[in-house]
Design a protein around this ligand. Structure first.
Ligand SMILES: Nc1ncnc2c1ncn2[C@@H]1O[C@H](COP(=O)(O)OP(=O)(O)OP(=O)(O)O)[C@@H](O)[C@H]1O
Ligand SMILES: [Mg+2]
Length: 242
């Protein structure tokens, strides 16, 4: 049966459910109240574009739903797993099993080549074809000729594509990406978008994509807008350009 990119019927449980999430980060005078009562449901297989001004909390929200930051209060349930009570080890296992993350600042390992970076999550998942798969993923993002380059030897856009390949390689159920086309020219950006949406279509992956790119936002099933740590009601969004 061909896979499809439609959201699952309402009867299936959502891929991501946030209820009244509060998040503060930083210590002392640098402490910032970032997320202020965020509630959000994202269906399995849905693609959501997360938009909003700089500093509104988009990256922080991704960190919470990827299990990289723990909410101060509220409930976070992802892929059927309640994250709120998990310790660091359990969170790391959860991420390894279910979540692919493209960070805004890439976070490639500087002492590893491109193909080694992409192979890391595959090796952690116990795949014995990790390097072949990593090389294939890099070829898919147009970097088949840069397998043995270190991050410092790659351009910003090339590092971004390595980060996308690393996130896609284990075929995660949940894929979160922070401005994945932010450093790319139009053609390369479109290729990366195609790969993200192909993962949605092929594996039914749920996508949450932070973007300032209206073309990318339009390709999502819907957009959610953050403003000062609060999700704007959909009525405000209607008719608003991305
Ligand atoms: N670790 C931290 N400690 C203190 N403040 C933080 C921390 N991380 C983020 N902030 C603050 O929280 C706010 C939200 O940051 P966040 O990175 O989530 O914004 P954003 O919407 O992703 O912005 P941009 O579009 O510029 O990437 C910002 O004002 C930022 O300065
Ligand atoms: Mg950000």
């Amino acid at each position: 049966m061909p896979p499809h990119s439609q959201a699952q019927p309402a009867a299936s449980s959502p891929a991501i459910r946030l209820h009244d999430v509060e998040l503060s980060l930083g210590a002392g005078a640098a402490r910032v109240h970032i997320l202020k009562g965020v509630s959000l449901e994202i269906a399995q297989g849905e693609a959501v574009g997360l938009i909003g001004p700089s500093g509104s909390g988009k990256s922080s929200l991704l960190m919470v739903l990827a299990g990289l930051e723990r909410a101060d209060s509220g409930r976070v349930t992802v892929a059927g797993q309640e994250l709120t009570g998990l310790d660091e080890d359990a969170l790391a296992r959860f991420r390894g099993r279910h979540v692919g993350i493209v960070f805004q600042a890439f976070h490639l390992i500087p002492t590893m080549t491109a193909v080694e970076n992409v192979a890391v999550p595959l090796e952690l998942a116990g795949r014995n074809d990790a390097f072949e798969r990593a090389a294939a993923e890099l070829a898919a993002v147009g970097l088949g000729h840069r397998l043995d380059h270190y991050p410092a030897q790659l351009s910003g856009g090339e590092q971004q594509r390595v980060a996308v390949a690393r996130a896609l390689a284990p075929e995660p159920r949940i894929l979160v990406a922070d401005e994945p086309t932010g450093n790319l020219d139009e053609t390369t950006g479109r290729q990366i978008m195609d790969l993200l949406f192909a993962a949605q279509a092929r594996h039914g992956s749920t996508l949450v994509i932070v973007t300032h790119d209206p073309t990318l936002a339009r390709r999502c099933d819907r957009t959610v807008r953050l403003r000062s740590g609060v999700i704007e009601p959909e009525a405000v969004l209607a008719g608003t350009p991305a």
